[in-house]
Every structure is written in structure tokens, then in C-alpha cells.
Design a protein around this ligand. Sequence first.
Ligand code: SF4
Ligand code: MG
Length: 337
Amino acid sequence: NDLILDVKDLEVSFSTYAGEVQAVRGVSFDLHKGEALAIVGESGCGKSVTAQTIMRLIPMPPGNIKKGQILFDGDKDLAKLSDKDMEHIRGYEMGMIFQDPMTSLNPTMTVGKQIAESLVKHQKLSQKAAIEQAVEMLKLVGIPSPESRVKQYPHELSGGMRQRVMIALALACRPKLLIADEPTTALDVTIQAQIIDLMQDLQKKLGMSIIIITHDLGVVANIAQRVVVMYAGKVVEVGKVDDVFYNSKHPYTWGLLASMPRLDQSADEPLMPIEGTPPDLFAPPVGCAFAARCAYAMDICKKIDPELTEIGKGHAAACWLTHPMAPEVSRPVAKEV
Ligand code: SF4
Ligand code: MG
């Protein structure tokens, strides 16, 4: 089995005073060992909730894993593991980096102590060996003069340095899987590029698998081999980066590509936001969730939700335009992009 992660039909909801939000509605995807997968989509599409559910970081309640499996490294189902077993997995086998390093760094502890603490706890190193290892980790993530940096507090470091420290912290236990949720969003462009280079480099060196959640297609192209496109809590398209970027089949993906900055785009090419808003996930629509915003919507789209179906090798979309069971008569010609 060369899968590190196999997510099957995952459903996650949150109870609120206003009712139940169906944040993740039957998401399936897998991740191979050593592979980097990007999850893209507008805010509120369920990408962060999916990642947090894999890490079991959603508060339960109000969060609830209603259905599905999250098979990690074989047959461990993270959806059903006890909190205690899950804590062990988060410490030893998974690392996570977030948009804002200050939320996961402890402001009252030097960065060296924080990395060392995790090593003492999870790798049973002595305090002295752990500090030495922390210096090595800071070196690994490209922090200059790590011997003096270990003694500093998070607020004494720049945003880019803090993000490097957070990566060092996430990697201290040598995770099999690294989950990065918008890891570069809060950083300026040059620092972003450095962090992306660093992640690529570390992936090669350490051979880990990565899930990266981002709204930046440049980041996707640089890091990921495959992309999952999510809309309204579902996967609407999945495939190799080239297939999804240059041969996308779902109208939502077309809209997303036109609305996001990309590498091969010149500055004077305007970005085109997708008109309309995503549906209310308190009461998800019947039929395709994108129908209200889709220029190609047909009668069937408003009645039956198309399943994700394979349209090429490793490339799948959930759209009646490409669905093999689509009624021929109502099928318009798909736009070439
Ligand atoms: Fe548009 Fe219909 Fe495809 Fe949904 S199923 S994206 S409404 S064409
Ligand atoms: Mg998010």
C-alpha cells in the first residue's frame, strides 16, 4: 500500500444556534507516500475543515464527523481514534503549519525550548540533546546563526523567521504527513517564495507527504503534483496539476482559475471574480451546488447532483457536462480553456 492517507466519503458538520452547517459533504481523496497534494477553493468551501478533521483539531462538539473514514498509513481510521491515540499521532506522525505562526508558537517560551520540548516529549531526548537537535532544525529550515536564535522569543523574530520556526517545530518529530493551511498567506511575496522553496526542499530531503491548502495557484504549481478543487463542501474536480490547470473540465474550476493569480499571467491581465456567492450550507441545494452561478447549468443540474466521475487517467470531475450518464439533448458544448 503506497497510500499515506485515504479519505473516504467524509462528512463533517457543525451545530450552531442557527442550525447545522454541513461543512464537508462526502469528500473522498487519497495521498500517496511522498506526494504533495493541494486543496483549493473559495473560503468556506470546506478545505480547512477537511484538513483540521484529518488532524482531529476541530472542536467536537460543535463539530461532528458524521460519516466516512480517514485511513492513515494503512488501516488506522483517524475518524474513530481516541483523543489520546490521536494526540500521539499528531506528535509523532503528523505536523501542521498554519497561516499565522503566532497561533501555534508559545510567546512566553524561547523557540529553542519549544522545539526541544516536543523532542523531549515525543522522542525521549535529554534536554541537552533536544536543544542541540533544535539548533539543527533551525539550521535545516534556513535560519542564520541558529545557536543564538534558539534563545530568542517568537516576538523577537520577523514574520518569515517565525514561519520557518513553525515549520521546524512541525518537522521536529519527522512527520510522515505535513499539513499546511495557507502557510504563506500572511507573508510578503519574497518571503513567500522562500518558504515555498524551503517546503519543496524539505519534502525532497525528508520524503514526507504534504497536503497544502492555498488560494494561490503559483504555490500549487510549485509544490503540488495533484490538486483537489472543492466547492460547497464537496470535491468538484481532482487531477494532476497540469490536467486541472490546462485541461480543467468543471465550470467552477474555470471560474477559479480566472479569479486567481497564476504564474504565467502578466500583471495587466485582469482577474475575473466568479459572480454570485456560494450556497448556504445550512440548507445545501438539491442538485449541483454550483448551478446558481454556472453559465452552463441545464435542467438536470438543478435536480440531480452529479457524482465525481473519472474523465481521464487520474482526472475526475463532478459535472453533468462531462458525466457519462448526462442526457445528450441538454448538453451544451463545453468551453475550451
Ligand atoms: Fe454547471 Fe451543471 Fe456542471 Fe453544475 S453540473 S457545474 S450546474 S454544468
Ligand atoms: Mg481557511
